[in-house]
Design a protein around this ligand. Structure first.
Ligand code: AHR
Length: 505
């Protein structure tokens, strides 16, 4: 089928906040232990971090990294993870039915972040703990005056503060599975008190209050409204979390996931702005989409879901080790397009997660590390999307999603920076290839010169379910896209179920 679009560099959405390309590392399964940290591995450095994993994380291009959870944080005592290693306690982790050895804590994680070149985003425990413990951690991490906590930090090897900017006020407190789960009113008041007190310690922090764990939560909407009624003046962001998967082999429905994400974002923006209106405030609460990915969470496909409680209390068990296929990667690319399309209000996002646990990077203990299919759309988008996000309306066909109604077959966004323009586009059709013709006239006029294709990447596999595995680590990758510029016209060929990134310079 034929599709047309127009790329006008003045159709701005917003400047892109680099924090849109964040990640998330939780003490969960083999993420830390036997993932990023494996002393004894041939590629481990003197502190036990796998250098092959560090290189892959750098290639992925992750800005901020949210830590240490997730569900894990709601039972975590941060003090367990600092101080002499041989004195650190072993604890039960109720969230993932595991044993936490605390070999890695705040200092070690910061040391790893220094290697990968990413910034720390911390979550405080508002499940089993409260305001005081959040203040203790903030003082330990960010304060520059000698106190008992900051003296301990120095004694533990860190004279200068960590200077952590972004802080999450708990995790998924709306979820009945969460240790210390609370109702919206209860949580809203606790988050408000904690936020006010944290700002007394460090007025420079940016605070994220928990939104819903998903648009499908029974409390979705009323949760956001009630929580923001309490916290509106004291926080900067509200979180969104969302995971997508193919159900019952219905690839077409799965390919509509980007539209679901867009509706989620737009609903939360509407609620946040309604609260602003009732408060007669011009303040705009931004979204931290701090958990997003494909995750085979529901067991209707015969089983990538895990039941940790059936495994006892192991250290670093294999949990949530989803294997991603070509179809997953195309949907994933569309989720990135959707985040960029909402760059005016989504000012931070975290791919959940990074290594081994629903991750773009996999490792084997003592063995190799490799890229899953989802690695490619992330690394390419993070590398090419700079400057401003720009709307690219596409005229294409549509299909009917049982859940979402009419869904456009093609979806695109562009970014414009000083050196050039990047176009990201997905073909969501399971049956039809598309020829996309993009009118570049407004761009060529603005630049006052012709443009040409500098890079063109295509993610597509005739076998939608092809994946990269330990046995075949490079089965799926990206190849050159068929993209040409002729004068004012860019033509891109998009096979059914494909994602492409084109760089014009
Ligand atoms: O990312 C895996 C889990 O998903 C996180 O721990 C939790 O916050 C969410 O439910």
């Amino acid at each position: 089928t034929d599709a047309t679009a127009r790329l006008d560099p003045h159709h701005d959405i917003a400047d892109i906040d680099r924090r849109l390309f964040g990640g998330f590392v939780e003490h969960l399964g083999r993420h830390i232990y036997d993932g990023i940290f494996e002393p004894g591995h041939p590629a481990a450095d003197d502190e036990g971090f796998r250098t092959d994993v560090v290189e892959l994380v750098k290639e992925l291009g992750v800005s901020t990294i949210r830590y240490p959870g997730g569900n894990f944080v709601s039972g975590y005592r941060w003090e367990d993870g600092v101080g002499p290693k041989d004195e650190r306690p072993r604890r039960l982790d109720l969230a993932w039915h595991s044993t936490e050895t605390n070999e890695v804590g705040l200092h070690e994680f910061q040391a790893w972040l220094d290697r990968v070149g990413s910034d720390l985003m911390l979550a405080v425990n508002l499940g089993t703990r409260g305001t005081q413990e959040a203040l203790d951690l903030l003082e330990y991490a960010n304060v520059d005056t000698p106190t008992t906590w900051t003296d301990q930090r120095a004694a533990n090897g860190r004279e200068t503060p960590f200077g952590v900017k972004m802080w999450c006020l708990g995790n998924e407190m709306d979820g009945p599975w969460q240790v210390g789960h609370r109702g919206a009113d209860d949580y809203g008041k606790l988050a408000m008190r904690t936020a006010k007190a944290m700002r007394m310690v460090d007025p420079g922090v940016e605070l994220v209050v928990c939104g819903s764990s998903g648009r499908g939560m029974p409390t979705f909407g009323s949760w956001e409204r009630q929580v923001l009624e309490h916290t509106f003046d004291d926080v900067d962001f509200i979180s969104c979390h969302s995971y997508y998967q193919e159900h019952d082999g219905n690839a077409q429905e799965f390919l509509a996931s980007g539209v679901d994400m867009a509706r989620f974002i737009e609903s939360v923006v509407a609620i946040a702005d309604t609260v602003a209106a009732t408060k007669k405030s011009d303040k705009r609460i931004m979204i931290s989409f701090d958990e997003w990915n494909v995750w085979y969470l529901h067991d209707d496909q015969g089983g990538q879901n895990d039941k940790p409680e059936e495994k006892g209390w192991p250290v670093a068990p294999r949990l949530l080790e989803d294997q991603y296929n070509a179809l997953d990667a195309v949907v994933f690319g569309d989720l990135l397009i959707t985040l960029l399309q909402h760059a005016d209000r989504v000012r931070s996002a975290s791919l959940a997660q990074l290594v081994n646990v629903i991750a773009p990077i996999m490792t084997e203990p003592g063995g190799p590390a490799w890229r899953q299919t989802t690695f490619f759309p992330f690394s390419i988008t993070s590398r090419l999307a700079h400057g401003r996000a720009v709307r690219v309306p596409v005229s294409s066909g549509s299909f009917v999603s049982a859940k979402l109604g009419d869904v456009a077959t093609l979806n695109a966004v562009a970014t414009v920076d000083d050196e050039g323009v990047s176009l990201f586009v997905v073909n969501r059709s399971t049956t039809d290839a598309a020829t996309l013709r993009v009118d570049l006239a407004p761009l060529v006029r603005e630049l006052d010169r012709e443009v040409s294709v500098a890079e063109a990447h295509l993610l597509h596999d005739d076998d939608l379910y092809a994946a990269n595995t330990l046995a075949d680590q490079t089965r799926v990758g990206v190849r050159g896209a068929d993209a040409t510029v002729d004068g004012d016209l860019l033509t891109v060929e998009l096979p059914a179920v494909s994602w492409a990134a084109i760089r014009l310079a």
